[in-house]
Design a protein around this ligand. Structure first.
Ligand code: ADP
Ligand code: MG
Length: 262
C-alpha cells in the first residue's frame, strides 16, 4: 500500500454516520501497519472490516450476557467434570452449540444441593449468549413472584410475551420453595406459553415423583412435568456437594483428620 495521506476531512463524520466506530478509531494504526507489512488496499480494508465485526460481536455478546442476569458468571472451563462423573462432558459440549434451542428442547438438571446444577445451567446459558441467543436466568421463586406481581398490575400477558421472547429461560431452584396455588397456576401458564416454542433450562433438587410437593397438587405438577419433559434432555448430577468435597480435600491436605461442621 502507498503512503496514507493525512486524515481525509469527511472520514470520521462518514464513519460515524455508518456506525463504524472501530474503523474510525483504528484506521490510522492499521494503515501504518499495512504500510509496514506492504499489504494491498484490499487486505487493509479486510483487516479493518474484520476488526469492526469482531468488536461488534464482543459488544453484542456482552449485552446478551448482561441481559441474561446471571447471578454469577460461570463457564464450562471452570467446571471440573472429573468431580461430577455422572455428567457426560461431550453431551454438555453438544448442548453448548445451542442446537437444542432451535428445536425448543428443554434441559433439566436434577441433583442434590451443591452438585453443580446452577453452575452448569449458567455455563450453558453463557455459551448460548456466545451463539447469539437471548437467555434469561431466573429462579423459580423469582419467576412466580414476577408473574404474580404482573397479574396484580394487569400486565400478565405482556410479561409472558416478554419472557417468551427469550430463546431460553433458565429456571433455577425449582423445588426449593413450594408455590401457593396462584404461583403454581402462573408457572403452568408460562410453561404452556413457551411449550414447543422456546427452551427451558430447569434445575431442581427434586425427582419428578416429588414435584407434587412443590405444586401442592399432583395434577398441576403432572401437567408441568409433562410439558417440560416431553422434549427434553435430562442431566443428573450426583454425589456430595462440590464445596464439601473441596473442604474435605483441603482439610486432608492440611493434615486434619476430621472435617468439622462446615
Ligand atoms: P447446585 O446448584 O447444584 O446447588 P452449584 O452449581 O451452585 O450447585 O455449585 C456450588 C458451588 O460449587 C459453586 O460455586 C460451583 O461453581 C461449584 N461447583 C459445583 N460443582 C462443580 C464442579 N464439578 N466443578 C467446579 N465447580 C463446581
Ligand atoms: Mg443451585
Amino acid at each position: 500500500m502507498t503512503k496514507t495521506s493525512n486524515e481525509p476531512p469527511r472520514l470520521l463524520a462518514d464513519l460515524r454516520t455508518l456506525c463504524l466506530p472501530t474503523i474510525a478509531g483504528q484506521w490510522r494504526r492499521l494503515g501504518e501497519e499495512a504500510l509496514r507489512q506492504r499489504q494491498s488496499h484490499g487486505e487493509y480494508l479486510a483487516d479493518l472490516a474484520a476488526l469492526e465485526v469482531s468488536h461488534r460481536r464482543e459488544k453484542r455478546i456482552g449485552r446478551l450476557i448482561s441481559e441474561a442476569h446471571f447471578p454469577i458468571l460461570k463457564t464450562l472451563d471452570g467446571f471440573d467434570f472429573r468431580a461430577q462423573a455422572a455428567i457426560d462432558r461431550e453431551q454438555v459440549l453438544e448442548l453448548c452449540t445451542g442446537e437444542f434451542v432451535g428445536k425448543a428442547v428443554n434441559v433439566v438438571l436434577l441433583g442434590g444441593v451443591g452438585t453443580g446444577k446452577t453452575h452448569l445451567a449458567t455455563a450453558l446459558g453463557v455459551a448460548l449468549c456466545q451463539r447469539d441467543l437471548r437467555v434469561r436466568f431466573t429462579t423459580a421463586a423469582e419467576l412466580t413472584n414476577t408473574l404474580v406481581e404482573a397479574r396484580g398490575e394487569s400486565r400478565l400477558s405482556r410479561k409472558l410475551e416478554q419472557l417468551a421472547r427469550f430463546d431460553a429461560v433458565i429456571i433455577d431452584e425449582l423445588g426449593y420453595v413450594p408455590f401457593d396455588k396462584s404461583g403454581a397456576d402462573l408457572l403452568f401458564n408460562f410453561v404452556t406459553k413457551v411449550y414447543e416454542k422456546r427452551s427451558l433450562i430447569v434445575t431442581t433438587n427434586l425427582p419428578f415423583s416429588r414435584w407434587g410437593e412443590v405444586f401442592l397438587d399432583a395434577t398441576a405438577a403432572a401437567a408441568v412435568i409433562d410439558r417440560i419433559v416431553h422434549h427434553s434432555v435430562i442431566l443428573k448430577t450426583e454425589g456430595e456437594s462440590y464445596r464439601l468435597g473441596q473442604a474435605k480435600g483441603s482439610a486432608r491436605k492440611a493434615g486434619l483428620r476430621k472435617v468439622g461442621k462446615i
